[in-house]
Design a protein around this ligand. Structure first.
Ligand SMILES: NC(=O)c1ccc[n+]([C@@H]2O[C@H](COP(=O)([O-])OP(=O)(O)OC[C@H]3O[C@@H](n4cnc5c(N)ncnc54)[C@H](OP(=O)(O)O)[C@@H]3O)[C@@H](O)[C@H]2O)c1
Length: 278
């Protein structure tokens, strides 16, 4: 069955390769990126891999809450349903920078914008017969985080900010799994993969993007995962993340704080009430 699959950050690295592998398996890809030229190049690649299914391009800078809102509204207007949302886009920052909404950029892009996008898209995702949400975390996720301080860190350290953002997305995965009955929500570590992000943060090395896309593709496709939710995967296998990820109090506190960090009432108005109060 052809699935409608949105992959954030599918203009490069693991996301682009995930798009290729899923297009080859006859799925329709909604490419997302921040750069139209790069997105058009990926669209051409997908057209070549599978001429039968026309991919779509969406552009939104995940450093901007209003661009995330515009993206979600556009998808609600133009798509009947989304079967799979892969929250894949990510960055590594060497210095402290803030978004317009005064949120440190690593946490904004890697976690908070995906939190907003996902919640805005839940009604569209719930229209699928086999709805799945897949979040890219990392084995270098932090062992703990402070829900108050993460947005404006004292003594900024790029590696710490990155690790915090990757625990943040696991906490979100596990909480969202408790809130949603019918949607499968999982997260993963893709492996240490040779991309520009790895180059920037760790100086390079790593396995191929073909390897890096495998667990995302597995979680999007496999019948086996259909009834599995609320898990963290490495190499297509369930693994245990840091103990803090299972802390429901922390999950709840962080969830509530993430709503507080949404700076526009217009966004909150479009998120289903049952999620805000969950
Ligand atoms: N590589 C690894 O070893 C590794 C390990 C663990 C986890 N991960 C995770 O895997 C995911 C993919 O990373 P990657 O290694 O494939 O990195 P990558 O090659 O740098 O790709 C990142 C993607 O995110 C997009 N992106 C970045 N900032 C954006 C923004 N503000 N707005 C919209 N899109 C934005 C990029 O767009 P552009 O094309 O315009 O740059 C690109 O498409 C990330 O979540 C990363 O944390 C990677």
């Amino acid at each position: 069955m052809m699935k409608n699959i949105l992959i954030t950050g599918s203009t490069d690295g693991i996301g682009r390769e995930t798009a290729k592998q899923l297009a080859e398996k006859n799925n329709r890809i909604i490419i997302h990126g921040q750069n139209i030229n790069k997105a058009q190049r990926v669209k051409k690649e997908l057209n070549k891999i599978n001429p039968k299914v026309e991919p779509k391009i969406t552009i939104a800078d995940l450093e901007s809450q209003t661009e995330v809102l515009d993206l979600a509204v556009k998808l609600q207007q133009e798509e009947e349903k989304i079967d799979v949302l892969i929250n894949n886009a990510g960055i590594y920052k060497n210095k402290l920078e803030f978004t317009e909404e005064k949120i440190e950029k690593t946490i904004a892009v890697n976690y908070h914008s995906h939190f907003i996008l996902t919640l805005l898209l839940i009604p569209l995702i719930e229209k699928s017969e086999d709805p799945r949400i897949i979040n890219l975390s990392s084995m270098v996720h932090a062992h703990n985080l402070d829900p108050e301080k993460i947005w404006d860190p004292v003594d900024f350290n790029g590696s710490q900010a990155y690790s915090d953002s990757k625990l943040a997305i696991i906490l979100f995965t596990f909480k969202l799994n408790r809130v949603l009955d019918e949607v499968s929500v999982n997260c993963l570590h893709p492996g240490v993969i040779n991309t520009k992000l790895l180059q920037k943060g760790w100086g390079g090395g790593g396995l191929s993007v073909e390897q890096g896309a495998k667990t995302s593709v597995y979680l999007a496709e496999s019948e086996q995962v259909k009834d599995e939710s609320g898990n963290y995967y490495i190499n297509k296998k369930r693994k245990k993340p840091a103990a803090a990820a299972y802390n429901k109090e922390l999950q709840n506190e962080f969830w509530n704080k993430s709503f507080e960090m949404i700076k526009y009432q217009e966004i909150l108005n479009k998120i289903p009430d049952r999620l805000i109060k969950a």
